[in-house]
Design a binder for this molecule. Sequence first.
Ligand code: ZN
Length: 200
Amino acid sequence: MGPVCVRCGAALRDGGRCEDHGAVAALRTYAPLNDAAFQAVTAPGGVPVWQLSPLPYGWSVGGMAVAGPPDEPVGLALAWSGPSPLGDDEADLIVVAEEPGVGLGARYAGLPGLDAGDCVTGAPDEHVEVRGHPVALWCCPQAPPDRTVLVGEADGAWLWLVLWPADAEALLLEHLLLADARERLVPQQRGEPSRHLLLP
Ligand SMILES: [Zn+2]
């Protein structure tokens, strides 16, 4: 499948324009994860390539979505799934790093618009550990009820965490740690393609 509009999934016309959204970042999705594509995004430049480090027990990576140039993305999503910390159900997680104005995180979050500015007010709701430092995250109450959306900022890029089902947020309380694969690659178990990564 060729690159599509990051905001609506429509095929792009000549010059990378979407009929509805104009000049947008081209989105490419790799599910299951593709080695060559993953290697390209870990080149210097682009946005952080957040990996779960370590990978929670039983979890696996189910693909990647890249917005913008494949070797210097402006938005990057990695998807995992595994046993829910709260029961027998499967849980899903998508972590997005993106520059402002791209719209990839908002798309997985199920939010209209491009950025999460409205969510980031008041005291933070959660923290996630990035390279040994806590990063503040705010919950987006406008997100659809089937998921929990948390957003913050890390390494100069928006950081989105989108979790299904909504109560999988408890996963965060189990010391979710993020590391940037551009600095240090963490081996990740490969799994089935993520059911949430491919956007309609
Ligand atoms: Zn579009």
